[in-house]
Design a protein around this ligand. Structure first.
Ligand code: AMP
Ligand code: ZN
Length: 478
């Protein structure tokens, strides 16, 4: 079995083989920091995280880079509206992005390059393209990429270039181009750019980088000439990624990216989400409405990344219930009395089967709903076994089941978040369980005053106990 990923370049599922298994190089287009990222952006970023975690789970070393687009039309407009520079305008949104990412259990990237920190390298990139005859300055002062001179143009998006005829309408601020389809590498500064502090010196006069150039230069600087995987939302295939390929390959003469993965856009309550419809939703708005981060993450993973996903508040409630089952299951398993000499149970086989199914799901182009189904089938089956168990179960079986659970959660990242929002960090959980063992022992000795004292102590810390035929369970009451 091997991991297969759908490569937009070939339009096919391909077995994933990195250049160097010790160092898989991944670049994901990050947020434009002009506003708070919305829940759709986080579908994309949670999928980046899922891939990052799964590759590490499989034993690969990973270098994962995601950028912050802090200079483009939107950040400039935002800054101008407030009468500040982009340097003053963008940091709060960059911070918000990182904070929401932490909230959703997204593991940190190895680097978060910001476009404005790479302008010198961007100018150098364009200068070298110009030397190769792959960049020219037009009448309007901007520098363009001549797509007609790059034979592979269109190979990612399979765009019909004939459809865009020379002489067609030209963007109002772009004139003098050799071919209407050429895209800007470097944009001549307008007075607004100067006002927003978004203009730099260059051999072509004052100006600023084009958006596509930013990602090419940041990925080249941080990861080198050939990436293993490049990620982005589906809207970025054309022109953003097509243009990244053209300019980077024109410069290096090497393949730019081996696997291109694109994440389908999230729908919100059945609708396309957009600023103009006024129906964008942010992570912080969801938290304010009382939804827990783990439920948000769970719902974002509930469809495979190329399938349609409709995010709804009703779905979030179902996610919360699923997570409660998971948390209760872990607690129950931890508290189940065990004995090293107890006879073996079916738990070992169930754990192995669950891990195999989980891996099959993930190997199938990161099929997260299949992987989660493997986890929940396991929970159901083990609960059944524990219901049937008479007396303590085999210690090895119990530990094996707990470890299968945490192995699966290393990739999904659900239980760790669910525990946090229920106020139970692993150290507290361990302390509670030690107290419960002490109480069980006291009751066995018929030392009921000691047992009651322990129950009261736990209660004073917001923890309630529930005695069931299969042992004592506990819950945190908020
Ligand atoms: P932006 O901040 O607009 O540059 O977008 C950041 C990332 O989020 C890009 O990879 C986009 O493709 C992605 N994205 C934007 N809208 C959605 C959506 N509704 N669903 C999923 N991903 C999205
Ligand atoms: Zn990009």
């Amino acid at each position: 079995m091997a991991l297969r990923l759908y490569n937009t370049l070939s339009r096919a599922l391909e077995v994933f083989r990195p250049q160097d298994p010790q160092r898989v190089l991944i670049y994901g287009c990050g947020p434009t920091v002009y506003d708070f990222p919305h829940i759709g952006n986080y579908r994309t970023f949670v999928v980046y995280d899922l891939l990052h975690r799964y590759l590490e789970w499989l034993g690969y070393g990973v270098r994962f880079v995601t950028n912050l687009t802090d200079v483009d039309d939107k950040t400039i407009q935002g800054a101008l509206r407030e009468g500040v520079t982009i340097a003053e305008y963008t940091p709060r949104f960059a911070e918000a992005f990182l904070e929401d990412a932490r909230t959703l259990g997204i593991r940190p990237a190895d680097a978060y390059p910001r476009a404005t920190h790479y302008v010198t390298a961007m100018v150098e990139f364009v200068r070298r393209l110009e030397e190769k005859g792959m960049a020219y300055q037009a009448e309007d002062g901007s520098v363009y990429f001549p797509i007609g001179r790059f034979p592979g143009y269109g190979k990612l998006s399979r765009v019909d270039l004939e459809g865009v005829k020379p002489g067609a309408r030209v963007a109002v601020d772009e004139y003098g181009k050799d071919d209407v389809r050429d895209f800007a590498l470097w944009k001549a500064a307008r007075p607004e750019d100067e006002a927003a502090g978004a203009a730099w010196d260059s051999p072509w006069g004052r100006g600023r980088p084009g958006w596509h150039l930013e990602c090419s230069v940041m990925s080249l600087s941080e990861l080198g000439e050939t990436l293993d995987i490049h990620l982005g939302g589906e809207d970025l295939i054309f022109p953003h990624h097509e243009d990244e390929i053209a300019q980077t390959e024109a410069l290096t003469g090497k393949p730019f990216v081996r696997y291109w993965l694109h994440i389908k856009h999230l729908l919100l309550e059945g609708q396309k989400m957009s600023k103009s419809l006024g129906n964008t939703l942010t992570v912080r708005e969801l938290l304010d409405r009382g939804f827990e981060p783990a439920a948000i993450r769970h719902q974002l993973l509930s469809a495979q990344y190329r399938k349609e996903l409709n995010f709804t508040t009703a779905g979030l409630e179902a996610s919360s219930r699923a997570l409660q089952r998971l948390v209760d299951f872990e607690a129950r398993l931890r508290e189940t009395p065990s004995d090293p000499d107890a006879p073996p149970t079916a738990l070992a086989a169930l754990a192995q089967e669950a891990l195999e199914r989980f891996r099959e799901g993930m190997d199938d182009d990161l099929n997260s709903p299949e992987a989660m189904a493997a986890l929940f089938v396991f929970v159901h089956a083990v609960n059944g076994e524990l219901d049937r168990a008479q007396g303590p179960i085999s210690t090895a079986d119990r530990e094996g089941a707990l470890s299968a659970l945490s192995r699966m959660d290393e990739v999904l990242g659900l239980l760790e978040l669910a525990r946090q929002s229920r106020g139970v960090d692993p150290a507290t959980a361990e302390w509670v369980e030690a107290k419960i063992r002490e109480r069980t022992e006291a009751r066995r000795r018929r030392d009921f005053s000691r047992a009651d004292a322990i129950r009261a102590e736990l209660h004073s810390r917001g923890i309630v106990l529930e005695d069931t035929p299969s042992g004592t369970r506990w819950k945190v009451v908020r």
